[in-house]
Design a protein around this ligand. Structure first.
Ligand code: NCD
Ligand code: ZN
Length: 381
């Protein structure tokens, strides 16, 4: 839908694109997939997200995964206390329940009705960080999907097959064909978000489910790093553990397909950074952890891709509208102004972030030049 129309309908401030594109003002965006962790790590990363995004969906794969509603409530209390300390009143965290075949269905219904959590998150077992409690046989989780469909609880899914015999680069496609297609058939009204898509197959699948005149049931988040790197970048000039995440980056043709989906402005595609910090010693080691920490520059990274594709006019749709509309949330009334510099930031100047216990967090640095920066201005209304 044309931007101006939404503005009129929602009575929100105008978004402005100054030419030549040196600043861009958009409605304050939402991050619909992020790992904020807990303890010292959370304290180190929370300000990056809370100062930029209007809302964020927080993932439940803590070291002790949030498999029950009391677990989610305890995490919620912790995050809300930290936000109060930061004096961040303009940021709303949305919580998730870690789904299992034995998720208590009464607790699921009550917890959702009482707004303890916003969505359920499904992980395949042992595919990524803290996913040991994920599913092995997806059919065993069907009773949970049935309850979620009835209650209209969004199902957020890490879309990779847990089958260890499937090649790591094929896991997303195999999941779509063998698991997602049957789930969609059996639960036609279940709202499903296919998280952090990385392949043209995922883009095609999501588009095949999309029709502008039907209620949207299948959405997809797209990360900034999957827009910036392909699988070759992981190995260029030596093995780069800070480009290692799940789903792993794919071939260039897939990156290009995901870029086209993001910049299209089409309703099913929206912003989810999957910023997933691990301390440097966990990344730069044998059996290093999967996860890319992009929160400090996520919005600038997205803006650069939209700019490169001459689609900056669709950034607001992708970052601030599509996800909110999919989840039935009101659009933000605040705006944010991004700035573009004449020269890209020197990568040597980008320093690690320190946690309070002096652990280092290495930020994602794109192999591409990034002229947009993180020195944005927020306008609260
Ligand atoms: C995430 C993490 O570290 O929690 N890692 C990742 O590679 N994306 C988990 C996830 O979303 O898969
Ligand atoms: Zn994630």
């Amino acid at each position: 839908m044309e931007n101006g129309k939404w503005k009129m309908e929602n009575g929100v401030p105008n978004s402005t694109l100054h030419t030549p594109h040196s600043t861009l003002t958009i409605l304050r965006p939402d991050d619909f997939h992020i790992h904020l962790r807990e303890g010292a790590l959370l304290r180190a990363v929370l300000p990056f997200t809370a100062s930029v995004f209007s809302r964020a969906i927080l993932m439940p794969n803590l070291s002790s995964p949030l498999v029950s509603v009391p677990h989610v409530q305890a995490y919620r209390n912790f995050v809300e206390e930290e936000l109060a300390l930061l004096n961040q009143k303009n940021f709303i965290p949305l919580f998730t329940l870690y789904l299992r075949h034995d998720t208590n269905l009464k607790e699921l219904a009550d917890g959702y009705k009482n707004n303890v959590f916003f969505a359920g998150k499904l992980y395949p077992s042992n595919i990524t960080t803290n996913s040991a409690l994920g599913f092995q046989d997806i059919a065993s989780v069907y009773p949970v999907f049935e309850a979620m469909e009835k209650l209209d609880i969004p199902l957020l899914v890490h879309g990779e097959t847990p089958d260890p015999d499937v090649d790591i680069f094929d896991r997303e496609s195999v999941f779509i064909d063998k698991s997602l297609v049957p789930i969609r058939k059996r639960f036609p009204n279940l709202r499903i978000t296919l998280e952090h898509i990385t392949t043209s197959h995922a883009v095609d699948y999501v588009l095949s489910e999309y029709s502008p005149d039907k209620p949207l049931k299948t959405g997809a988040t797209i990360t900034p790093h999957h827009l910036h790197i392909n699988r070759t970048d992981i190995f260029s000039g030596g093995l780069n553990p800070h480009y290692y995440c799940m789903p792993i980056a794919k071939r260039e043709e897939h990156r290009k397909a995901v870029v086209q989906a993001a910049v299209s402005g089409l309703a099913p595609f929206f912003l989810g950074t999957d910023s997933a910090p691990h301390v440097r010693t966990r990344k730069e080691s044998g059996f290093g952890s999967a996860g890319i920490f992009n929160a400090p520059s996520a919005l600038a990274l997205y803006a650069q891709i939209f700019d490169d594709e001459q689609k900056l006019h669709n950034l607001e749709t992708f970052a601030s509208r599509n996800g909110a509309l999919f989840y039935g949330l009101p659009l933000s009334s605040d705006t944010l102004t991004l700035k573009k510099e004449l020269t890209s930031e020197k990568t040597d100047d980008i320093k690690p972030i320190l946690t309070e216990d002096m652990q280092e967090l290495v930020q994602f640095i794109s192999p591409k030049q990034v002229f947009w920066n993180g020195k944005w201005k927020m306008n609260y209304f």
